[in-house]
Design a protein around this ligand. Structure first.
Ligand code: FES
Length: 574
């Protein structure tokens, strides 16, 4: 404890420390729950925002871990209070958890604002929970530290290592072409997710928890620790202890998150060949901290940052291999010339201090700079007549021979249209066609579902085609792979050029030139625009209606227009 702040300086002092009728009520109600003045008097109140739920397998261990976090908070002289928050369960919530990322961000901010809270531990990990919790905590700007759920251990079926998501797609295609049996498929179902924790490929969860660590919002090394290991409850207790210290030091998210620390996160995501979803989330997180970040920053860095993490879906290994090889601190040590190592982190030390003693124990998993998985370019940002405001492709997970491609469009207006026609034997499609899915953006989805890895038509699979150029205004899972151009902005449902595309139009993808174009005469496009279709809102009531009215486009991070930036840290109270 720094000793710079006193109990009277605590925000919770207004609830518990003063002598008036209101604080009498607050104290008597805390005592109603069995706590005495020795428990809460003059101590930092640490909220633990817990995204456990009975439908969140990635966070199933949070019921126990929250007790470990509390243990740490008590050890350091704080008073822990657990506040449940929406779990954003990737496997179960439809149409997509992205529809609810901003809801959790809003909830996190208001939970902190409206309660007698001095600091917080944010318990998340499953895809959207990490950006959502950090967005809310950043806007609220109380001392905050992120506690990552940790990846699950690798899966196994019949002696084959299984990776979350990636192997689902792979074996589904084998099942569709009768190369594995229904019994095999059930065996894979039993073996692909065997312990607590989030997806153990370099999907959105591992990407975003690593980004949070690189940004300085976790303890050093936190994001790589598998959920099932004893180091994980130890991390929970250490995170709790540190949250108390951060309150006394008044170390807040906006003291940690700067343009340099955000660029550190982008750099690390690129070296991990991380999920394309991170582009949207990092844009939104930066905005909450008042940091200027654009798609161009990603593309500029991507041209220089090598891929060092040899992790699926772009590489060969999984997250527990990454942990044993030295984890994120080891990878960041290789990158230190490309990072702003002076950035302060949640433990009070600089990033450079945190990685100074890191070691790599397996340089096939965490590659050295002179032997990268690829030299550069794990993500690319493209612009052109089909995506005036930008779109992204995970070049590291794409087929090299398709990165420059010209082919005729096969257009699907929405997911139902795709599902109905993709395997139609009469579909006019060849391996050179460009599959296009529209109507799946932030407004059109709504919520921009992960439908961007369009399935290869069955008749082409049977011919041995395993990848094609695919375009959409949707996202794709970080565990997905293939030559998929995503996040086309503006989306078709608000009149983006994607809406004007017709079957047979020639499309040109040129990743080295960072271009995506529709080769259609402007006069023809003008005519089509004059006939353009209406897009009536899909939802007319409730949260989804509000979402559709206030959601931003992908190139701006898909935040709500009324949530950007920060609010007052104080509630209107009496
Ligand atoms: Fe939770 Fe993948 S389903 S991280």
């Amino acid at each position: 404890m720094s000793g710079e702040r006193t109990a009277e300086d605590l925000r919770s002092h207004r609830w518990f420390g003063v002598n008036d009728m209101r604080s009498f009520g607050h104290r008597s109600r805390i005592k109603q729950m069995g706590f005495s003045k020795e428990d809460f008097g003059g101590k930092p109140v640490i909220a633990i925002l817990n995204t456990w739920s009975g439908l969140s397998p990635c966070h199933q261990h949070f019921k126990e871990r929250v007790e470990d976090v509390k243990r740490g908070i008590y050890q350091a002289g704080g008073f822990p209070v657990e506040l449940p928050a929406i779990s954003l369960s990737e496997p179960f919530q439809k149409p997509t958890t992205m529809l609810y990322r901003n809801l959790l961000a809003l909830e996190a901010e208001e939970l902190l604002r409206s309660h007698p809270i001095d600091g917080c531990v944010l318990m998340g990990g499953c895809d959207k929970t990490t950006p959502a919790l950090l967005m809310g905590a950043t806007s609220m700007n109380l001392p905050a530290i992120f506690f990552p759920a940790g990846p699950m251990m690798k899966g196994n079926w019949a002696g084959q290592t299984l990776g979350s998501g990636s192997d689902t797609w792979k074996y589904w295609d084998l099942l569709r072409t009768n190369k594995i049996t229904a019994e095999d498929w059930t065996g894979i179902e039993d073996g692909i997710a065997r312990t607590a924790g989030h997806c153990m490929t370099m999907g959105t969860a591992s990407t975003m928890t690593s980004a949070a660590e690189a940004m300085g919002m976790t303890l050093a090394g936190a994001s790589s620790i598998p959920a099932a290991m004893s180091a994980h409850p130890m991390l929970a207790a250490a995170t709790g202890r540190r949250a108390v210290e951060m309150v006394w030091e008044d170390l807040k998210p906006q003291d940690i998150i700067s343009r340099d620390s955000v660029l550190n996160a982008v750099t690390v995501v690129l070296a991990l060949a991380g999920s394309t979803n991170s582009v949207i989330h990092l844009l939104a997180m930066a905005q909450r901290a008042g940091v200027d970040l654009t798609l161009e920053d990603f593309d500029k860095l991507s041209r220089d940052i090598p891929v060092l993490a040899n992790i699926r879906p772009s590489g060969a290994y999984l997250m527990d291999d990454f942990y044993d090889a030295g984890g994120l601190p080891a990878l960041m040590k290789h990158l230190q010339q490309m990072l702003s190592t002076e950035c302060i982190t949640a433990n009070g030390a600089s990033l450079g201090e945190n990685i100074s003693r890191a070691k790599t124990y397996d340089d096939d998993v965490i590659r050295l700079l002179d032997n990268p998985v690829s030299d550069a370019g794990s993500l690319a940002v493209l612009k052109g007549s089909l995506a005036p405001n930008g779109c992204v492709i995970k070049a590291a997970a794409a087929s090299k021979h398709l990165l420059q491609h010209r082919g005729p469009a096969v257009v699907f207006d929405n997911y139902d249209d795709l599902a109905a026609r993709i395997d139609d034997p009469d579909l006019d499609v060849t391996a050179d066609s460009v599959l296009v899915l529209r109507g799946c953006g932030p407004v059109g989805g709504p919520g921009m579902p992960e439908w961007g890895m369009l399935p290869i038509p069955k008749k082409l699979l049977a011919q041995g085609v395993t990848d094609m150029v695919r375009l959409s205004d949707a996202r794709m899972s970080g565990t997905s792979y293939g030559t998929c151009v995503l996040h086309i902005s503006p989306e078709s449902s608000i009149g983006g050029p994607l809406d004007l595309l017709r079957d047979g139009d020639l499309i040109e993808l040129d990743v080295p030139a960072r271009r995506l174009d529709m080769l259609v005469e402007s006069s023809e496009l003008e005519q089509r625009r004059s006939l353009s279709r209406d897009h009536p809102p899909k939802a007319t009531r409730g949260y989804t209606s509000m979402f559709s009215q206030h959601i931003g486009q992908a190139d701006e991070g898909c935040d709500f227009d009324f949530l950007k930036g920060s609010g007052s840290p104080e509630p209107a109270i009496h």
